[in-house]
Design a protein around this ligand. Sequence first.
Ligand SMILES: C[S@@+](CC[C@H](N)C(=O)[O-])C[C@H]1O[C@@H](n2cnc3c(N)ncnc32)[C@H](O)[C@@H]1O
Length: 287
Amino acid sequence: MVPDTEIKRQVREFYDQVGWQEASDGFYQNASYEDLRPVVHEYIHNCHLRVLRHLKPSGYLMLDAGSGPIQYPEYLEYSRGYQYRVCADISTVALQEARKRIGNHGLYVVCDIANLPFRSGVFDAIVSLHTVHHLPPEEHMLAYQELHRTLAASSNAVIVNGWDNPPLTRFLNIWIRLYNWLYALIRPHRKPPFPGKASSTKVTQEAPRGTYVRKHNASWLQNDVGSLMPLRIWCWRSVSVRFLRTFIHSRFAGKSLLRFLFWLEECFPHFFGKYGQYPLIELGKNK
Ligand SMILES: C[S@@+](CC[C@H](N)C(=O)[O-])C[C@H]1O[C@@H](n2cnc3c(N)ncnc32)[C@H](O)[C@@H]1O
């Protein structure tokens, strides 16, 4: 039994009271960590749909571990061919909101992804997006083991989580800092469009309140988790929101730049998955 630590209590409270509350723009507060501008829409949309390539198109039960309210329309596609989507989350507000979206297609379970209350091998597919990083680092392995345990034979799980300060982000952050420095030099009285220090934590323009986040790097995943279960690292999205907001603008051919970036990610998915900001981790059942 995993103790419900103070960290988990804080995370749950954050999502109940802040993350899944509607902000003035009509989106959840959590969406302020994402770039929702029209110029990046196509790129973000296509990145979301990458998840589908790694899942069986249909089945009986799909687990969404840390489902939140199933906040983006693309998320609905993941379980379209499944009888039920089991939404598992420690936040009751998340599950109430998820129920508003998918009603009887969903089964709603308040639980901890490091200690899942499900039989082994019961899910035909699993997705877990941006959730493992809310656990204390020593419990990340437990979460991977639980996802692997509950996965049915010959099925896949897809896990998306940012890396801790990956090489491509470190490199791009140098250019962001340079840009902000030049901006301050040329326009000393105006704030740069996206100020903020480079870090692996979430950064947004409005700097909203955040909660506990700890990330691992690719070596940990490959060596520690990869020695226990079959996994492959693909690219979900290689750049951070900070990069998008700094360099991608409609008046500077932003859409075309992102089409080119998406094409590059498609050509070298393992490279961008390993060294970019967000990997898509495909977990298999059989080794
Ligand atoms: C960043 S949100 C992501 C939600 C959704 N997967 C998405 O991508 O929009 C993280 C979600 O994980 C949930 N969560 C955090 N720690 C958890 C845990 N230990 N067990 C289950 N859910 C957890 C939070 O309540 C929150 O709904």
